[in-house]
Design a protein around this ligand. Sequence first.
Ligand code: NCD
Length: 325
Amino acid sequence: MEQPSPTLWTKKDLIGIRELNRSEIECILDTAPQFLAVSQRASGIKKVPLLQGRLVVNWFHEPSTRTRTSFELAAKRLSADTLSMTASSSSHVKGETLHDTLANIEAMRSDIIVLRHSCAGAPHMLAADHSSHIINAGDGRHEHPTQALLDAFTMREARRKISGNPVATLDGAKVALIGDVEHSRVARSNIFALTRLGAHVTVCGPVALLPSQVEKLGVHSTTRLEEALSDADFIYALRIQKERQGSGLFPSIREYVKLFRIDRDSLRFAPDHALVLHPGPINRDLELSTEVADGSRSLVLRQVTNGVAIRMAVMHLLANSRTRQ
Ligand code: NCD
């Protein structure tokens, strides 16, 4: 395998997309294809020894299937040793602080910590005081950087395939983010990534679920699905956060389905070439119809495949970063 060049990468941690410039985002996206090739090897041996002897700790304080397994697989495909911790199985339940728990893990010589936490800012706080490389796997409503990277990678890959241009970018691509933008770390990270990569982003959802000054992030905002989809190359359905329904912010599910669901009927508003993404887990037939989720215009499973390669790229770049910031 050709060795990816980590020369452009200088950051110790991956906390958010907001802190990255375009060339740093592209550095990760351009490193991933070589790892995608590892997962698709005809020999069936889906491993490279780049992180052999290093310890990756998956530390998840919130439920997760896709992101946790994706990180674990990525670490294993880089030949790292892996350890998994959940909130309920750690000394957190006995009152230990995050700092103390991490200091103890570091005393056992961890190299990379993958942290998911309900508190926005938890990964940032730990990164400032600890020498392990910290990867944010989702912190509260703040950011979910690897999700946005795998989404941007998947859209760029589709554009390259459709145009036949192997170096096509997302410049000028039109992306519609649909649903609960206000509470979504996936939407925030995607807005930062996509706008930096030159895409035009429109956010669309019920008015109470659109952040009040979202235009300041460089996106267009509308409550009309027809308008949002009219020129979209990519339609990104966000998960309906049913857990927030009691808060009064959310219209009834029935009304949401009628006005905002991505299904065969609403896709009539979109150009024929528009493709559909979703971060998972899908509430089938609520924000996205089963027919579209499993149909030929869906990139949902491609996102999952690409997620492993993106996370391999991130771990490789961090572990080989030249400068510790
Ligand atoms: C998202 C998350 O947890 O932020 N899921 C994921 O990581 N694949 C999206 C969501 O749960 O709404």
